[in-house]
Ligand binder design. Sequence first.
Ligand code: NAP
Length: 248
Amino acid sequence: MYNFKDQKVIITGGTRGIGASIARAFIDAGATVIATYSGNDEAASSFKASLNEHANRLHLRKFNVAKFDDVERFFETYEKEFGEVQILINNAGIRRDQIIAAMEELEWDQVLDTNLKGTFNMTHFAVKLMAQKRYGRIVNMSSVGGKLGLSGQANYAASKAGQIAMSLSVAKEVAKRNITINNVCPGFIETDLISDLPEDQVKEYKSQVPMKRFGKPEEVAHAVMFFATRESSYITGATLDIAGGLNG
Ligand code: NAP
């Protein structure tokens, strides 16, 4: 359906869950994919093995998006190796749920650092590369949680709302260089990230979704691809819910 031949795509958290699905979709559409991750080597190598026949177009890089210096180093070597980037997907994200009175400073910091500061770190460097070529597509993986809020997710919701707010400013800064930045907001998607939810809570959440089911990573990937196309040239600062009707 899509053709991303000759385009380079950086996907943070691109080796598992939604990110892996996005990476697969871009590979299928002919792109060269640089999928990053932070610690789970086993998941990364089994993902790479599953796409073995496209090994020349799938590159894995391991670093923590929350660390500015690590991200700077990644981009230094990236530029030497690949020279340019057309698409950045800020997908890496974590949850550390806790009600506000019991939330530890570390739980707040880890979530904000990974989800929001990570988005800043990656966007900061990617935009410089994109501006040289006067072209770019950036998609942030936000969440309906950033618009609705969920009990126990003050840190997560703040980080996800922050991505949306950040994109509104960045969209205005980079518009004249043909760089767009948009957000997708998944609802509940079947990945490791929510695999710890107790069965009764899963049942309760599914009953709140108008489509009465959780989404699949491929359903999110499809929307990401749409924003990343050349043809989506007049869409920027926008936010799209992929949530089976549980819209924020
Ligand atoms: P996941 O299955 O837990 O995968 C998370 C990915 O992010 C992994 O590849 C992980 O690397 C990477 N990552 C985590 N912390 C990182 C860090 N500090 N630096 C670099 N990479 C890091 O999660 P998912 O469900 O696919 O979620 C992907 C995104 O979608 C997240 O931003 C999440 O908030 C958002 N989202 C998910 C849902 C949902 O229901 N699943 C709903 C709304 C939004 P390792 O493999 O090395 O750990």
